[in-house]
Design a protein around this ligand. Sequence first.
Ligand code: TYM
Length: 318
Amino acid sequence: METDKPILLSGIKPTGAAHIGNYFGAIKQWKEFQTIGSHQCYFMIADYHALNFVQSAGDMRDLTHDLVLTYLAAGINPEKVVLFKQSDVPAHTELAWIFDTITTMPYLERAHAYKDAEAKGKEVSVGTFNYPMLMAADILLYNTAKVPVGHDQKQHIEYARDTAEKFNRIYGDTFTLPEEFIVPDVATVPGVDGRKMSKSYNNTIPLFSTRHEIEELVMSIVTDSSGDRPENVYAIHRLLKTERELDAVYDEHQGRYKALKEALVEDLDAFIKPMREKYHELASDPRTVADILEKGGQLARERANAKIEEVRRAVGVS
Ligand code: TYM
């Protein structure tokens, strides 16, 4: 595994079935970087972050396993990248603690996720409040240069950058300043109700949906009856085809929403089918996942442990 290339790192929380928003917003770009080979890529299963949402050991194990299969079925190649689980690298939580000690409450109170939870009157756990510091640790521990994500993660990467700057100011130059990589066209993929596609809104199109599920989901897409073009259908269709290709379809079926939805079903199924088949093929071989995580964890720990030693020396606890 090459180590002199700049580092690229990203991850997904194992909190439920991955959806096409995760794919187009993040995984698709991961694959492109994997192919180009410009960076050493680290793709993580963010299970410690998921603990804020999933509080059953069995569910956590199943969701973690499933997310590894998802990465593989979607085309992530563990021979070319480091595919690992956050909890296999203890340095993540250690570094998050060290960041907590240089971070103020008012600064974390400005985080969107925290503010949203507060506004909804939810009881916010310390883990949710500190979420940005654990994510800063994920990123900074690897001297990450680039973080490919969807728009909803932008603020978290700004937190990571601010935290790196603050640490460097106090303790001397230690961390690389990371940049987000967000593709504007797919920064926020909409769900079947037109809001951002999100597991928490229950409006997703899961990445390995069956044909029947795709049909049901597409038929449930909310359309308003004004105009020739059902915007919510078009917005999802636009992920799969160029504007030009779609112009032909949408002109032909102008105002006929059912026919347009049927065209979307065809295109979604054609896109999902190969991944769905790969996913089921992989699911029958449980050893693969364990082997991949073991190897990835080892590689991630090597890099992370060297960095955390440097940090310990910098702060004087070594
Ligand atoms: P998570 O698990 O919520 O989402 C995983 C990735 O999918 C992107 N995404 C979307 N992109 C476009 N449109 C959508 N509707 C959409 N929904 C989700 C997210 O932006 C993300 O890129 N905190 C992170 C996980 C994480 C992480 C990290 C990411 C933990 N540590 C370090 C990068 C680097 C999260 O909850 O993503």
